[in-house]
Design a protein. Sequence first.
Length: 275
Amino acid sequence: MRASVVIPAYNEGRVIDRCLRRLADESDVKVVVAANGCTDDTVERARHHAVEVVEVKPASKIAALNAGDERAGDVFPRLYLDADIDLEPGALEAIVSALTATADPAVAMPRLRFDVDESSWLVRSFYRVYTKLPYLSEGLVGAGCYAVNSAGRARWGAFPDIVADDLFVQGKFARAERLTADAACVAYAPRRFEALVKVRTRTYHGNRQAAARGLGGEMTSTSGGSMKALVRLVAVRPWLAPDAFVYALINIIARRRAVRMADDAPWLTDSSSRS
């Protein structure tokens, strides 16, 4: 086996076929679907594909990641892929190539593209700004798709029980160790305003949780930097000012909601983009 893919899946029956079909043409790749606490047909659908399926009782992404790691064994590089993320053609090969080109610890991710075709105008407004901020191009680890080589995976043991697994992993690597593969993956944007607020609230909650437990590594709060970047963006492209207002408003609402959330609050899932 030249690579492994771990897919944590909680009630992803509506999208798991689409995700696995994208991997169907990949030869010599070990794909593990770690179904956690599913009450739908995720497991049955996954078993129709040429993949390994491991079932985890608790509805926990972290439990799924750890179970998937165990089943994938020592097959590296390893891609961690959310079931609602689609790899574009050639993406896995590009990621594997980037990671096998070095013996040093490394984490890699493809470029991220958001599909907003089914989203409301408010959600599209948010992403018109979000996709132009430097955060997405400065060694981002996350958005449901990242991979490590064997030396990189040796940086930590089991995944800790936090929401922001991507932030945790990003904190394990210096900026020079974060590689962007010459390929892309597609994330489906929420369709409605409230669903987007839910996604952003989960992000802020995860960041706060990781920081409180000292699990963010070198990562720190980026609120101040994001605001400066937003101001610079509007200064250069003043026609984006209305979109910047929407972007700021959604983040303010989400940040306030995250502050009120308990540390062990349930996972916030956007079901609007899963179809």
